[in-house]
Design a binder for this molecule. Structure first.
Ligand code: ADP
Length: 259
């Protein structure tokens, strides 16, 4: 959208058309900017009341005075608040990504360490599964934003855990291959039907709407992973078939460990 026609260099009879075209692009860019700013501002504003709501409901639950059926309603409310917080956080990340205003650090990041942190961050949610990390020591390094890269791996991991059966297996492999740094997250869960694969990274897309909703999540996780990968000059892809589990692979430009 940032490209404009060089009207002065155009043939005389086309200049008016060129000016109109450039004006339309200006207006489009402005409208797009307003939209992304609005989404970023709206999600920012929603965070405070959500945090208040969460604290109050947690407090009510901890006081332990309400009758059981009321406590159940409070728990349901708390889960809804958690989901909404996840949604709002995701929308904010993507709005900043769209606006090109996300702060991306460029430091040397060791992906094995980032993967270990992501597993730790998953904490209790990972308890029902066995997660193994295979990493090539400290050799796999990229230039980028440690927190974002960890978030990308954490999103892949939390999906691998969420859509798997209790007792399932998740393997995380960090390695280098042909000048690229690779992080693969493999699960032995239900897998993904072929006709869903190319829409998987779209915002709000879910394979099985009803089931995914019941399992929580925002529907934004993989679109955030894709943005993080691309913001680092990399890609993310998936290999999966129903009943065979899924493998998501992040590929990022490798930096030389010695430099
Ligand atoms: P969500 O918050 O719904 O998990 P994502 O963008 O992270 O959103 O994932 C989109 C959809 O892709 C999920 O709703 C789910 O249907 C499917 N999916 C993602 N990861 C896996 C996986 N490891 N195994 C099976 N299905 C998956």
């Amino acid at each position: 959208l940032s490209k404009r026609l060089d009207v002065a260099a155009m043939p005389l009879e086309l200049r008016e058309l060129g000016t109109t075209f450039n004006g339309t692009l200006d207006r489009l860019e402005e409208a797009f900017g307003r939209l992304t700013r609005f989404t970023a501002d709206a999600s920012h504003e929603l965070r405070t009341p959500l945090a208040v709501l969460r604290t109050e409901v947690e407090l009510a639950l901890r006081r332990n005075r309400e009758p059981d059926e009321y406590r159940e309603a409070l728990r349901t409310g708390l889960r809804a608040v958690a989901r909404m917080t996840e949604l709002v956080d995701g929308l904010m990340v993507l709005a900043k990504a769209d606006a090109g205003s996300a702060d991306i650090e460029r430091t040397r990041v060791e992906l094995g360490a980032a993967a270990t942190e992501a597993v730790e961050a998953l904490g209790a949610r990972a308890r029902a599964q066995s997660i193994e990390i295979h990493s090539e020591g400290n050799a796999v390094q990229v230039r980028g934003d440690r927190a974002l890269l960890r978030e990308a791996i954490e999103n892949l991991l939390s999906n691998a855990v969420r859509y798997n059966e209790p007792g399932g297996r998740v393997d995380v492999a960090v390695r280098s291959e042909g000048g690229q740094a690779l992080v693969s997250v493999r699960d032995d869960g239900p897998g993904i039907p072929a006709d869903s694969l190319d829409r998987l990274f779209d915002r709000f897309y879910r394979v099985d709407e009803a089931r995914s909703r019941a399992q929580g999540g925002s529907g934004l996780g993989l679109s955030i992973v894709r943005w993080i990968a691309e913001a680092h000059g990399g890609t993310v892809d998936v290999a999966s078939s129903p009943g065979e589990g899924s493998t998501f692979t992040l590929r990022l430009p490798l930096v030389d460990g010695a430099s």
